[in-house]
Design a protein around this ligand. Structure first.
Ligand code: NI
Length: 134
């Protein structure tokens, strides 16, 4: 068995509470195991994305808090910068704060990746999921 390394991680209280609820529901015996599984999924998702090449078609689903200052404008700017791979988009006002955007993408994998990363890393963006279908 490989050596285990201990690291310190900070969490917003809400996220930690939600994590504990999931642990309770799913029967995980420790936070460490759940966090290791999450990190592992995060890493394989990144590896999968890195391996995508050539022409691709898919959908990006973006969940974000529109009350975060400047976020709306930043998301629109990013989409304009990558307009050549954006086929169409749909905006849904989910709740008072949350917006969901479904962005149909078609084009070079490299550029779809750049667009995905740029959306993902903005403050106030809660979730970005990319489904490549073709
Ligand atoms: Ni909205």
């Amino acid at each position: 068995m490989s050596k285990i390394i201990r690291v310190g991680v900070t969490f917003p209280p809400d996220l930690l509470r939600e994590l504990d609820e999931v642990l309770e529901e799913t029967g995980y015996e420790s936070r460490s195991k759940a966090i290791q599984d999450s990190v592992s999924a995060f890493v394989s998702e990144h590896k999968w994305l890195r391996e995508q090449k050539g022409m691709r078609v898919g959908v990006l689903v973006v969940l974000y808090d529109h009350e975060v200052k400047g976020l709306n404008e930043a998301l629109i700017d990013t989409q304009h910068e990558h307009a050549d791979v954006i086929y169409s988009s749909m905006h849904i006002h989910l709740s008072e704060r949350d917006c969901l955007e479904a962005i149909a993408v078609k084009g070079e994998a490299e550029e779809i990746k750049k667009l995905t990363q740029e959306l993902k890393t903005k403050k106030g963006v809660k979730q970005v999921k990319l489904s490549i279908v073709y």
